[in-house]
Design a protein around this ligand. Structure first.
Ligand SMILES: [Zn+2]
Length: 234
């Protein structure tokens, strides 16, 4: 019906193994709290189908059997009783159709939520002149990119359209969703992991830089610092 051939057992096993490995690693870092997040790996682009962590499973204890294979609309392929794709699977499907991704990682972290809040009004988070941009394969001196931030639509079709629509700069393998999380990707699981790690570092930096620059701008900061000169600070 869908024209999708049955996923071969060795492909299922390899995708399951890679996703379980990534879940274990990200789980230890606290990037998959409260069963949230979903990670996927492309099986084939034509017709589009991929494996994704099943809904409701504790991602921190995910096994290769907790992966569900879905079509280009995010619907489970036949013959997988008890495995349900999460609603957010639609976002993965649209991103595979729009980008060169071979693996997509969606995680909710404190720092990607804070960065999305900082960048939302401007439509994105500006990242410039930072060494860790090399983690995104951006090597030129003085490099500047913008990670898009889209609204956190409750309607998943709208969210999927917004995320895929924002993925327009081929140098930027990620889109933030406001006060929700990030979708980051790469051509392989290892590349996607490297991109996500670079993003999370850069978002943490973005947050602290914002706090730091606000502290420096406090109107009486200079006065306080003068008043404290030469006195016993304790
Ligand atoms: Zn989410």
């Amino acid at each position: 019906m869908s024209g999708i051939p049955e996923v071969r057992p060795e492909v299922r096993a390899a995708v399951g193994r890679d996703l379980a490995r990534l879940c274990e690693l990200f789980g230890r870092r606290g990037w998959l709290p409260a069963t949230s997040g979903n990670l996927s790996i492309l099986v084939a682009r034509d017709p589009l189908h991929f494996g994704i962590t099943a809904s409701g499973r504790d991602k921190q204890a995910l096994t290769p059997e907790d992966v569900v294979f879905v079509d280009g609309e995010g619907r489970a392929l036949p013959g997988q009783p008890g495995l349900r794709p999460s609603a957010e699977t639609k976002v993965h499907a649209r991103l595979y159709a729009r980008t060169n991704a071979g693996c997509i990682l969606h995680v909710h972290t404190v720092f990607n939520n804070l960065a999305s809040r900082i960048g939302f009004a401007a439509g994105g988070v500006e990242l410039a002149d930072l060494e860790l941009l090399k983690g995104l394969d951006i090597w030129e001196e003085g490099a500047r990119i913008r990670v898009p931030v889209v609204e956190n639509h409750a309607d998943l079709d709208r969210l999927a359209g917004a995320v895929a629509g924002a993925a327009s700069d081929p140098r930027v393998p990620g889109v933030l969703v406001r006060e929700h999380g990030i979708y980051a990707w790469g051509r392989t699981p290892d590349e996607a992991k490297r991109h996500l790690e670079a993003f999370e570092f850069l978002f943490e930096y973005t947050f602290y830089r914002e706090v730091w620059s606000r502290l420096e701008r406090l109107p009486d900061a200079a006065a306080r610092s003068d008043a404290g000169k030469g006195k016993d600070r304790f």
